[in-house]
Design a protein around this ligand. Structure first.
Ligand code: EPZ
Length: 417
């Protein structure tokens, strides 16, 4: 299962290039099945979720060649429209293939994605929207079967600005007959990256990044080359690591315009932030101040994915912080592990009250999910003594070689298989 061993109390002081965004590359790789051509994706992060997505592509009959951070995907010989249970259970966000497979094959059969460690993760908004596009969907025996004689553009309103549902609609509607509008669309920057990728292949999409997206169906799409945007959540995690250890970090390639909520909170907590065109610099030279309240919201609000790493910061800040997790119903599994390290955190439903301690102490802790595992890394870097973090498989889903980047930045961290 693998574990990380950290000897805490050392300043982070480093500079490196930020990895490509996991939540941009996954839908973009799904989109490669649309054009039946050759695609080259640059700045593709080396993550286990990307490997799982490559498995799905190959299962569909696509050819994938990876050269470190460059991925070549040829979808011309796609010969299947199904994603088996084994692959869906491995990574439930493979549901993002649904819209793309239906658009290419006019049918799709995928195993129900089910929930995951952080919540039930329903897909009702995805299915309601796809049905509005004229797709017939039946759910039986744990599978979702989709058939469409043709896909017809429609006006769709999302009850919640779901990232995945927005992406599935964009993928399904690219080659629909007519125009599709999405009202109350997700505004995350990863949606903009997907829009850019699709338009580069010949789609006609506008409004990405805003609440209303317009998709004009086209007949033909072709293979493209694209560079994945930088990962704002990984950036926030490394900024937190530097802040937690009174250190400094320079993240080259960061796009500060995607990170306002994160950077503003770090400033409020007493960090010095330098926002540049294509990098961000953080220095912290004293104990952080607690921010009064942190509420997770859809973009551009404070991102749910960075809630747990920032709770590790709050655990050693001067004062009390109240977290309110509004997006996922089970995203506090890191709390018990932080408490084992001496954190003072009390839970009440979606609220977590964190009273900052002078310091944390190293302990044996267990990662229960991706971002909660990252929170334990941040806490371990700041804690006195040795912290071991079990279940690195969760962390590896979203962070490229986390121990290498941190060791290069002054941390004493090793991976033990
Ligand atoms: C994406 O998940 C991200 N994953 C998540 O990142 C991220 O936390 C989330 O967006 C919110 O920003 C990827 O992009 C691969 P949603 P997604 O649909 O699309 C409810 C990480 O750590 N909902 O916006 O699944 C849902 O239950 C991961 O990198 C419905 O009720 O998020 C949740 O409460 C974790 N019905 C809320 O909406 C639906 O049909 C947000 O979900 C769909 C969603």
């Amino acid at each position: 299962m693998g574990r990380l061993v950290i000897e805490g109390g050392r300043r982070i002081d480093g500079e490196f290039a930020l990895q490509g965004a996991k939540n941009a590359v996954l839908p973009i790789l799904a989109a490669t099945v649309l054009n039946g051509g050759k695609n080259i994706v640059y700045n593709c992060p080396e993550l286990s979720d990307v490997s799982s997505t490559i498995e799905v592509l190959e299962n569909l009959g696509c050819k994938v060649v990876r050269h470190q951070n460059i991925l070549e995907v040829d979808s011309s010989d796609m010969n299947s429209h199904t994603i088996p249970e084994r692959l869906m259970r491995k990574m439930r966000s493979s549901i993002i293939f649904l819209g793309a497979i239906i658009a290419r094959c006019k049918k799709a059969c995928v195993s129900m994605p089910g929930g995951c460690e952080i919540g039930q993760r329903p897909i009702d908004l995805h299915l309601k929207a796809l049905r509005a596009l004229g797709i017939e969907i039946t759910e039986s025996h744990g599978y979702i079967n989709c058939v469409a004689d043709k896909i017809t553009g429609a006006d769709i309103h999302l009850d919640f600005p779901s990232v995945g549902a927005t992406e599935n609609i964009m993928l399904a509607a690219c080659t629909a007959d007519g125009i599709t509008t999405i009202e109350n669309a997700a505004r995350e920057p990863e949606i903009m990256d997907l829009q850019n990728f699709l338009n580069r292949m010949g789609a006609r999409i506008s409004g990405g990044g805003g609440s209303v997206i317009r998709i004009e169906g086209v007949k033909k799409l072709s293979g493209v080359e694209h560079t994945i945007m930088p990962d704002r959540i990984v950036a926030g995690t490394y900024l937190a690591a530097a802040a937690a250890t009174k250190g400094q970090i320079i993240l080259n390639g960061a796009d500060c315009t995607h990170m306002s909520a994160i950077l503003n909170l770090l400033s409020d907590m007493g960090c010095r932030i330098y926002r540049e065109e294509a990098r961000v610099i953080l220095t912290a030279n004293r104990r952080l101040l607690a921010a009064a309240t942190v509420k997770t919201m859809p973009y551009p609000g404070f991102p749910t994915d960075i809630q747990s790493p920032f709770m590790a910061l709050a655990a050693i800040a001067d004062g009390t912080t109240i977290f309110i997790e509004n997006i996922f119903e089970n995203r506090y599994q890191h709390v018990d592990e932080l408490v084992r390290m001496g954190a003072d955190i009390r839970l009440d439903g979606r609220c977590a009250v964190v009273v900052g301690a002078e310091r944390l102490t190293g302990a044996n802790v267990v990662a229960k999910e991706l971002r909660g595992g990252a929170a334990l890394v941040v806490a371990g870097l700041a804690a006195d003594g040795i912290t071991t973090i079990e279940n690195t498989k969760y962390i590896d889903r979203g962070y490229e070689r986390i121990e290498d980047y941190l060791a290069l930045s002054g941390a004493k961290i090793t991976r033990k298989e």
